[in-house]
Design a protein around this ligand. Structure first.
Ligand code: AMP
Ligand code: ZN
Length: 136
């Protein structure tokens, strides 16, 4: 199966990993809405909220909660957006279930759409990655 997120989990594709346990994996979004934007995914391939095995669902939220705190503390955020797009009609592009965590600052003017995403240099992504890991 040609799934970009499965390839990141297996290490075949480079990902800026911030967290991994037996069931979940989290890494920096490559085109972030704001610096510190991460994605949390189940390691087992599933598409979205509709086919995610219930056995993962509860833990999914608790991993998202834990990592929201880490991202918030690492990026000194004033708030956090947590969201998931389910189905192409809802804007889902990558068909491997993922929950977005986006740190927000007062009046940062960011939009949650796919437009106007940031492009960060490798060094900046690496530095953000380490900062989040230090706060886990
Ligand atoms: P969506 O499916 O609409 O939630 O969007 C997919 C998200 O995955 C977007 O925010 C992309 O920037 C992000 N993305 C796509 N490919 C990669 C990748 N190779 N590494 C990290 N993030 C990615
Ligand atoms: Zn996958």
């Amino acid at each position: 199966m040609d799934c970009v997120f499965c390839r990141i989990v297996s290490g075949e594709l480079r990902g800026y990993k911030v967290y991994e346990d037996e069931q979940f994996f989290a890494f920096l979004d490559i085109n972030p809405i704001r610096p510190g934007h991460i994605l949390v995914i189940p390691k087992t391939h599933c598409v979205n909220i509709f086919d995610t095995p219930e056995v993962f669902s509860e833990r999914y939220y608790s991993v998202v909660q834990k990592l929201s705190r880490s991202v918030s503390n690492a990026m000194l955020a004033d708030g956090i957006n947590v969201f998931q797009l389910n189905g192409s009609a809802a804007g889902q592009i990558v068909l491997h279930s993922h929950i977005h965590i986006v740190p927000r600052h007062k009046d940062d003017g960011a939009s949650l759409s796919h437009d106007n995403r940031m492009k960060l240099e490798d060094a900046e992504l690496k530095s953000i990655c380490s900062r989040i890991i230090e706060h886990i």
